[in-house]
Design a protein around this ligand. Structure first.
Ligand SMILES: *Cc1c(COP(=O)(O)O)cnc(C)c1O
Length: 415
């Protein structure tokens, strides 16, 4: 049945182990999801063999007639989905999409203002360990003591820094982002406004989070987080001049031949996002996250900002004796995969932290509803309440495996 099984049994076995892991554990890492089998089929298609440097109908290689159609479909569907005029579907990842945005609009040492990594931002928003922080002069804003972006404070910082570009969007921010307010700030200081919607794109596509258009000059995203498509990046704009600069920045600026098989898979994913059912999925994601938040609040946990508007929550343990790292490990032992995360007012190092980030997108893709999330949230609280109890963790691990077994997502053995 499986060709891989015969050709490379070692890799085959590892994919089976991974499938089992994904099936038996509760995946609650906020940046992960379960993509569609059709997306995986497109990703595994013959388009992986094709070089297609350039853009549709402007290629450097022959034989691109079908690759052209694939990429144009992906572009058209992305534009329809997000209500914009131009899309570049070639970035290999979210980070490369962001690198492309900066390369299109900035020169080295230009000033950028982004959200601090420790406050919920992403490495590519100017962190010193990322090329964004090495190539450009980066400055940061954060959240207030309630865990929310203080737009007046952002305005104050922007007026002092006078950045050429402001980045909004985050990796660990449980509240809505007000793009309109960011645009007022950008206009006040004459900066480009760049929204990185990597985390919330699936909600934006369903109108379950306000759109960055028409407020932002340029928008980037991943396609594999809440959007539930293949692993990859995306850049969008309504400005023709910016679109041209982005295209040259991605190719030949930072990438070579595009991953046509992944672009095909992006097109398949966007088609799923355009279906009426997508709206239901996004609504379920939000309802499930809210349930998680409500239960943990009721159980006495400090949910940052007092709740959530999107697909994730941050739980702070600043008032507890244990760290984010310890919570992460204890929950892992109980079959619940989350990640440790810094929280507002953080007192520990990024390797230890005082919080965890928990997301609902992946389990919602498996078909779980608020009923299951109520059970899971209570189990999370049970583990945290008695964090050193490894017997309890083992017991819950078994229970979670049983719960998960009712929500099988990939039933074909070759995945
Ligand atoms: C995940 C993420 C990225 C990077 O995406 P990769 O595909 O992992 O490179 C960029 N920006 C934000 C806000 C993210 O959350």
């Amino acid at each position: 049945m499986s060709i891989l099984k015969n050709v490379d049994p070692l890799i085959y076995e590892l994919t089976q182990n991974e499938l089992e892991r994904q099936t038996n554990h509760l995946e609650m890492i906020a940046s992960e999801n379960f993509t569609y089998p059709a997306v995986m089929e497109a990703m595994g298609s013959v388009f992986t063999n094709k070089y297609a440097e350039g853009y549709p109908n402007k290629r450097y290689y022959g034989g691109c007639e079908f690759a052209d159609k694939v990429e144009q479909l992906a572009i058209d569907r992305a534009c329809e989905l997000f209500g914009c005029n131009y899309a570049n579907v070639q970035p290999n990842s979210g980070s490369q999409a962001n690198q492309g945005v900066y390369q299109a609009l900035l020169k080295p040492f230009d000033k950028i203002l982004g959200m601090d990594l420790s406050q919920g931002g992403h490495l590519t928003h100017g962190s010193k360990v990322s090329s964004s922080g090495k190539t450009y002069s980066s400055f940061f804003y954060g959240v207030d003591e309630n865990g929310r972006i203080d737009y007046e404070k952002v305005m104050e910082i922007a007026k002092i820094v006078k950045p050429k570009l402001i980045v909004c969007g985050a990796s660990a921010y449980p509240r809505e982002i007000n793009f309109e307010k960011f645009r007022v700030i950008a206009d006040e200081v004459g900066a480009y406004l760049f929204a990185d919607i990597a985390h919330i794109a699936g909600l934006v596509a369903a109108d379950e989070h306000p759109s960055p258009f028409p407020h932002c000059h340029i928008v980037s995203s991943t396609t594999h987080k809440t959007l539930r498509g293949p692993r990859g990046g995306l850049i969008m704009t309504n400005d023709e001049d910016i679109a041209k600069k982005v295209n040259s920045a991605i190719f030949p600026g930072i990438q070579g031949g595009p991953l046509v098989h992944v672009i095909a898979a992006k097109a398949v994913g966007f088609a799923e996002n355009l279906k009426p059912e997508w709206k239901e999925y996004a609504k379920d994601v939000k309802a499930n996250t809210k349930k998680l938040s409500d239960v943990l609040l009721k159980r006495g946990y400090d949910v940052v900002s007092g709740g959530t508007d999107n697909h994730l929550i941050l739980v702070s343990f600043l008032d507890k004796t244990f760290s984010g790292k310890e919570a992460d490990i204890a929950l892992g032992n109980a079959g619940i995969t989350v990640n440790k995360n810094t929280v507002p007012g953080e007192t520990r190092s990024p390797f230890v932290t005082s919080g965890v980030r928990i997301g609902a997108a992946a389990l919602t893709a498996r078909g779980m509803k608020t009923e299951q999330f109520e059970i899971i949230a209570n189990k999370i609280a049970d583990v945290l309440d008695d964090i050193e109890n490894v017997d309890l963790q083992a017991k819950i691990k078994q229970e979670m495996k049983e719960l998960a077994s009712n929500f099988i997502i990939y039933d074909r053995p070759t995945y």
